[in-house]
Design a protein around this ligand. Sequence first.
Ligand code: PRP
Length: 208
Amino acid sequence: MSKANTLNHPLVDCHLSTLRARETRSAGFRQSVRQLSQLLALHATQNLATEDFPIETPIQPATGKRLSQSIGLIPILRAGISMVDPVLDLIPSSEVWHLGFYRDEETALPVHYYSKLPAKPVDIAMILDPMLATGGSAVMAMDEIKAWGAKKIMMLSIIAAPEGIQHVQTKFPEVEIYTCVIDEKLNENKFIVPGLGDAGDRIFNTER
Ligand code: PRP
């Protein structure tokens, strides 16, 4: 079974520490999510296909490059929204489509509540969700995206549990998973440990 791709870099570790720290407030949390999302996206897109096209520099004609496949960013509501802008800054030609799942607090199973995918699928679907815990939400999203017809699916998460990676890779071995870090495990409440708490609540300042 293939492993997920992780980002091994001291600056990634520093931003992850900001996310993990209980005292980090929402503004600082969002800032580190933005930085890490862009680094993840840079890593995940290193083998994207490009095509040449003619450009004129201020000096002379030259050959430019542009992406030759359509990219769709698919944030999982809510927390995935925080990853959209930084990835869109990096890939401005992307389409953005939304899927909504929340995790039932009793069962830890995903509940599907929103879906907006167009008739024509993108070539490459990049699922954005800061957390891959049990993998239930990710697998449901992948079921839907696969049925939609995307040729390739990538999953970008800031933090992942081994259980979630295994769940995804068992169901969708072809999906490329990119994460900043693979934590130790899930606890009895299916939270990632040591983890960073509930990303959605920390991003949107809705911890109560
Ligand atoms: C979190 C997270 C993922 C999901 C991961 O969402 O953002 O979508 O749980 O868990 P799983 O891998 O076990 O399915 P949450 O339910 O907290 O919703 P929110 O984004 O609206 O806060």
